[in-house]
Structure formats: C-alpha cells, structure tokens
Ligand binder design. Sequence first.
Ligand SMILES: C[S@@+](CC[C@H](N)C(=O)[O-])C[C@H]1O[C@@H](n2cnc3c(N)ncnc32)[C@H](O)[C@@H]1O
Length: 287
Amino acid sequence: MSQSRDVKNRDVQNRDAKSTDRESAPPGIDTSVAHSARMYDWWLGGGHNFAADRAMGEAFIEAIPTIRSMAQANREFLERVVRYLAREAGIRQFLDIGTGIPTSPNVHEIAKETDPGCRVVYVDNDPIVLAHSRALIAGGEPGTIEYIHADLRRPDRLLADPALAATLDLTRPVGLMMVAVLMLLSDADDPWGKTRTLMDALPAGSYLAITHPGQDFNPQAMAGVVAAANRGHMTLVPRARAKVERFFGAWEITEPGVVPVMAWRPEDGPPADPNAAYYWAGVARKP
Ligand SMILES: C[S@@+](CC[C@H](N)C(=O)[O-])C[C@H]1O[C@@H](n2cnc3c(N)ncnc32)[C@H](O)[C@@H]1O
C-alpha cells in the first residue's frame, strides 16, 4: 500500500509554505543561497525554505515542469524500499545518508511498522536539517533513532562518530540508504569511493539502496537543471545508468535491477509511464 500518493508530508499539512521567511533562520543558515535540502522541501510542499531556495526550485521547474512529481516518486521509492528491506530482507537497522528536512513518513516510521525495534541513524550536512533533527527523531524510543551532522565526503568521520556505534550494531546487517544524495557530489569528490568506504564498514547481508537523477532520460531537460544549479553555485551531477550501477560494486543487485525509479517494485501495479521520473533506482545485497 502506498500511503504517499496523496500527501507525503504530514508536517506540511499544517504549514504555511511562506512562513519561514517571517521567522528568523536558525543560526548558521545562509538564506541568501539556495540549498538542495530546502529546495527539495519546497518541491515536496514543506515550509522550511527561503526565497533563494524557491527561486532555484522555480528555475529547475522551468527546465523540467514535472520535477515536483519526480521528487514525490523518489520519496515513494524511499517508502517502498524501507518496507522491502524490513519485511522481505529482514533488515532492522538503517543508515540514511542525506536524509533531508524531516518528511513524514520517514525511514523510522516506515521500518517500525514492521518491527518497532528497528534502529535508524539519519545523516545530513545541512545546518537546517540539524536544526530540525529533534523533530526528525521525536517519538522514537531513546537510543533507537539518532541524527548525526556529518558530510558524506568524510565517511571516515561519520564511521568514527560515537553516536553511530551507540545506535547501530555494525556486526549485524544494515540498510544503507543513499536516496537522492549522490548527485550532489561531483566526480572530483569521488562519490564511488566515499560510498565504498561506507559499504566496506558493513557486514555481509547488508543492503545499499540508491536513487540518482539519470543523465539518459532526457539529456536536454537535465542540461537545463544542471545549468540552473550551476548558476546558483550548487553541484548537481545527473549520471547515466552504468555510472549508477558502479556504486554497487561487487554487491548483488536485487530484482528488478537498476531501473527507472517508478519501475522499482511498484506496489500499485505497473506505472503508466515508468520513465516519467528521471531517476535511476536500485538495491543490492552484500554477499
Ligand atoms: C534531495 S535531498 C534528499 C532527501 C532524502 N534522502 C529523500 O530522498 O527524500 C538531498 C539531501 O542530501 C543532503 N546532502 C547533500 N550533500 C551532502 C553531503 N555531502 N553529506 C551529507 N548530506 C548531504 C542535503 O543537505 C539534502 O538534505
């Protein structure tokens, strides 16, 4: 069952999307420059965004008018894959990198439907996510949900963070979630190497779930969003399917493979147009 097609973000229902501008920004947040977390929050109907984020979001919409529903499709994948990992793969611990501004249902809410004992560590490097992290982890049993403010480009620091070992048992399988985050690292940042460092820290039986904007769906439209991102000094690198597959290394990619996000184990029957959302999605298991 997909709860998400109608409204994704329970928080959002009570929010005035423009309210943030009337509030003071949390400390350490530069509201004059667009940030991916806040732009994505705006696409999803959230209220933790500012004029610069919405301007950048509009520029993306000019290049890809359906980009909001693509963000929703990405979010629906997150729900499906957490259900799949918890119900079918028996995963009880999740490490969600680039988690974003809290959007309900989030990983712990979905996983705990299968087993209330599931444990989740959320990671992001955006100060606004840190500012809202209390809301993200609220309601969980103490010690079962944690937020770590860390950068994917420094996986060593993340892995050494005491909160990680205090929450997850890294001798037992983990679901590593890299959902719509790797495109925010340039090739020079070596996102494959950074992901590999995290994968190597996990035991056999762990899973990696990825979504990634695809270069090969509509190259012209994608060039439009990349140009808009670059104008706003935001790194955005859509990648071709083969480059997305490379992230999984020697791990066994589960059925149906690396496919358009809407075609990854749809729960409401096959989508009318699986290529309507320009994201690749895939899941793999560590042998
Ligand atoms: C598009 S949002 C995706 C949110 C969520 N994973 C989802 O798919 O709904 C990307 C998130 O990745 C975070 N992010 C970007 N670069 C990062 C980095 N180097 N380390 C950690 N988080 C990062 C951003 O702050 C943002 O919250």
